[in-house]
Design a protein around this ligand. Sequence first.
Ligand SMILES: *[C@@H]1O[C@H](CO)[C@@H](O)[C@H](O)[C@H]1NC(C)=O
Ligand SMILES: *[C@@H]1O[C@H](CO)[C@@H](O)[C@H](O)[C@H]1NC(C)=O
Length: 182
Amino acid sequence: MTSSSLLLSLLLLLASSAAGLATAARDDDASEHGLTHIHIYLHEILSGPNATTIAVTQSPRGGNATFGRIGVLDLEVRDGSDPKSSELLGRYQGMFAFAGLVSPPSGLLTTVNFVFTAGEHDGSTLAVLGSIPSFEDSFERAVVGGTGAFRMARGYCVTTAVANPTPVSVVYEVDLFVKMDA
Ligand SMILES: *[C@@H]1O[C@H](CO)[C@@H](O)[C@H](O)[C@H]1NC(C)=O
Ligand SMILES: *[C@@H]1O[C@H](CO)[C@@H](O)[C@H](O)[C@H]1NC(C)=O
């Protein structure tokens, strides 16, 4: 191994252990506040035959207007950012609507259900509601309920785009913090 690739490996190792420490720290903070921390990844394909996200209506205002554009999405929920080596945990299914007449705020409203079909939360769902101001930064939405192990859930969901494995796909890191007590 050359010294530069050794350095790179060390940096990558440090970065991944720092990420691991950050996740562990978030878990500690979460359990202190009676919150359950769920760390997952969303895999989105924007176009082509396997698109996970499609616009169903365009804006009746025409031109470049977005107000009134409505669509549906059904993304894979995985335990990692690599689509090949990670485990499929469920689906992220819902709707989005461009509900903003002015910008900012963007008014890109989403109503989405995390449906777990494998892993620790198999059989449970979490309902998330909120708008997305910008995909360039992390955005936060409310967890408004759940079913199964997540009955009476309340909390928040932080989403950050982390990678573009292909020109038409995006991977998002998601941290859900939920509390089940009524
Ligand atoms: C779409 O998905 C199918 C089934 O997984 C796969 O065989 C095909 O290669 C995919 N097409 C594209 C363009 O990625
Ligand atoms: C849409 O936006 C593009 C790029 O900003 C602009 O060139 C074009 O004229 C706009 N079209 C309409 C119909 O407003």
